[in-house]
Design a protein. Structure first.
Length: 315
């Protein structure tokens, strides 16, 4: 029997919060040979205008029956949705009746307002961390996670993270092979490593498409080697002094800081894969020893590699 997945939307919802998971479930159903019944839901049946102006047709909450999964979108209209008692009552009832309930981005505010996140681990968009913590102190917020599953309640980070959440649900329902095939069809990462704070180190640099992009790519493939200013300048065919000035002007950080960022990015992904010893990761990413890597992680993430590994293991 086909599962029914409800996507709760409201005026000024974020379109990708709804459309992203819908596309994942649609493609996964094709590969699994069991298509889910996907229903956009709203307080009133009919067209619901997203913040982009694009309209999605929704069924009434009153018509929602036998839902397997309910996902709450986020968006600019979240404040009004939080004040809607019929919406909150529906969510409380759905939490008892459905196999799982979830939110994308600021949709976590509605779940929290309904009391469904009290005492639970959860996440939301990184830019809303301070506001969310002040509004809902009983929620155990994990601001750097892509998504969090606590029992049958799932929450995800900003906007596109709803796709990651949906892929994880597909893996739970149909297995990892179907999830990987779905991600491949949608030209997505099957599972993004790391958290919200690092998308991506190259993107954080001031001008990743400028003349030093090839140099940074070259360096990323040689992180286990000494990458001194002199060696990088030679690779860029510049004097060390001129290279340093030009690099800072274009990239926004010193060459040594850029290399540390790249090393941290690669090391974090491998730390969260759990299997590889911390000492080996430190050597192969150019830190040399675990203590140097620990200090770099503290500067970048505010926590050591072991903490990130424990978080990844618990997830």
């Amino acid at each position: 029997m086909a599962r029914t997945i409800g996507i709760l939307i409201f005026p000024d919802f974020q379109l990708l919060d709804a459309a992203g998971p819908i596309s994942v479930f649609e493609v996964a159903g094709r590969f699994a040979g069991r298509r889910a019944s996907i229903k956009p839901l709203a307080l009133k049946a009919g067209p619901v205008r997203s913040s982009s102006g694009v309209v999605m047709m929704a069924e009434s909450l009153k018509s929602a029956r036998a839902l397997d999964t309910l996902i709450v979108a986020g968006g600019e209209g979240i404040s009004a949705a939080m004040l809607s008692e019929p919406t909150l009552a529906f969510l409380r009832s759905a939490a008892r009746r459905t196999r799982r309930i979830a939110s994308v981005c600021s949709g976590a505010y509605v779940l929290a307002q309904a009391g469904l996140l009290d005492g639970r681990r959860a996440t939301t968009h990184w830019g809303r961390t301070a506001d969310f913590l002040a509004a809902f102190p009983r929620v155990r917020l994990e601001p750097d996670r892509i998504f969090v599953k606590d029992g049958n309640v799932w929450t995800s980070a900003g906007i596109s993270a709803g796709i990651d959440l949906a892929l994880a649900m597909v893996a739970e329902d149909h297995g990892e092979d179907i999830a990987k095939e779905t991600a491949r069809q949608l030209v997505l990462y099957h599972r993004r490593s790391g958290g919200q704070s690092q998308f991506s180190t190259l993107l954080e640099l001031k001008a990743p498409t400028g003349r030093f992009k090839p140099l940074l790519s070259w360096a990323r493939e040689r992180l286990d080697q000494p990458l001194t200013v002199e060696r990088m300048a030679e690779q860029a065919h510049m004097s060390a002094r001129h290279f340093t000035r030009a690099f800072i002007a274009e990239i926004g950080v010193t060459p040594s800081k850029a290399i540390e960022k790249l090393r941290v990015e690669v090391a974090r992904s491998r730390v969260e894969d759990i299997g590889e010893p911390i000492e080996q990761i430190a050597r192969s990413t150019g830190f040399g020893d675990p203590e140097r890597m620990r200090r770099a992680f503290m500067r970048a993430f505010g926590q050591p590699p072991q903490s990130l590994r424990r978080t990844a293991r618990s997830a």
